[in-house]
Design a protein around this ligand. Structure first.
Ligand SMILES: NC(=[NH2+])NCCC[C@H](N)C(=O)O
Ligand SMILES: [Mn+2]
Ligand SMILES: [Mn+2]
Length: 312
């Protein structure tokens, strides 16, 4: 076909915004979807030759902004939003499109990954989740220091958490810790550390990245990825160093720098196996001139094959 849209080696994409911060302890990530659009996400993908459909934003309950109850803040609202995310992700995957979730806070990855896991099971594909984050997000109601559910999605997906989230897709666990690789980690709470070790979560923390370098980290993370693998990238922008990405609610110093982040995205792009993406925790209320959203868009371009040299 001569249509430039079909020249991309990527499948068509469907973008949907999830404007909520019910899982977070700081307000503002609810404005993430619009700020990523303002930063030019759709146009940047189209310029890569990708067929992009913007489905607009999902709807759900408002943020009641209440204190945690029995270890969870806003659990009912978190479940309602995740149900909507799961349904939309499933229908996008069913249409043969690559879903891109614009968060919103990171609790929403429960819904997106439950849908992706089901899709992989039905399609006979192996799932690998790349969790790009400063945090392990493996808390439970009795370990959490905050009650914020955005600190719990990985545990929920692995079957540890409130039934409404662990069984969101009907059965549990949605995934196994062996399906997950975490990159950029540098803040894990005391009890969370124990749980992470107990479950053998594969964590590439900042110390390991410093010691061996990002190239080797990504080689290890992507080991075994083949044509039957579906890569789900769950990109919490707080993986990035706050000096380059200040617009997020739970900043932790000592994060991934610009070059390292580009290499992560480029090496994922090289596999050609990207199947779904979350971009979460962009908070324009804390940002400087939309720098964090602009950087996220820049990194997504690399994830869709833009390279700095003559490799296109
Ligand atoms: N997705 C995130 N930004 N999570 C931050 C979690 C922070 C902290 N570990 C907590 O559980 O409260
Ligand atoms: Mn996170
Ligand atoms: Mn985080």
């Amino acid at each position: 076909m001569s249509d430039s849209r079909s020249s991309s080696k990527y499948p068509p994409v469907a973008i949907f915004g999830v404007p909520t911060d019910v899982g977070a302890g700081t307000r503002g990530a609810s404005m993430g979807p619009e700020t990523l659009r303002v930063a030019g996400l759709v146009e940047a993908l189209q310029a890569r030759g990708v067929d992009v459909q913007d489905c607009g934003n999902l709807e759900g309950p408002r943020n009641p902004w209440q204190a945690p109850v029995e270890g969870y803040r806003h659990l009912d609202e978190v479940v309602a939003w995740n149900r909507a995310v799961m349904e939309t992700s499933a229908s996008v995957l069913g249409d043969g499109r690559l879903p891109i979730l614009l968060g919103g806070d990171h609790c929403l990855a429960v819904g997106s990954i439950v849908a992706v896991a089901r899709h992989c099971r039905d399609a006979g594909k192996k799932l690998r989740v790349l969790w790009l984050d400063a945090h392990a997000d493996f808390n439970t109601h009795d370990l959490t220091p905050s009650g914020n559910v955005h600190g719990m999605p990985v545990a929920c997906l692995c079957g540890i958490g409130p039934r409404a989230l662990t069984h969101l897709g009907g059965d549990a666990p949605a995934i196994s810790p062996a399906d997950v690789r975490q990159i950029g980690i540098r803040s894990v709470d005391q009890g969370e550390k124990r749980l992470v070790k107990e479950h053998g979560l594969d964590i590439y923390d900042m110390r390991y990245i410093d010691e061996v370098g990002m190239k080797r980290v990504m080689e290890e993370v992507l080991e075994g990825v083949d044509e039957d693998t579906h890569l789900h990238v769950s990109f919490d922008v707080d993986m990035l160093d706050p000096a380059i990405a200040p617009g997020t609610g739970t900043r932790v110093p000592g994060g991934v720098d610009y070059r390292e982040a580009q290499l992560i995205m480029e090496m994922i792009a090289d596999t050609g196996r990207l199947g779904s993406l979350d971009i979460v925790e962009v908070n324009p209320a804390l940002d400087l001139r939309n720098a964090t959203a602009v950087l996220a868009v820049d990194l997504v371009e690399s994830l869709f094959g833009k390279s700095t040299l003559m490799r296109d």
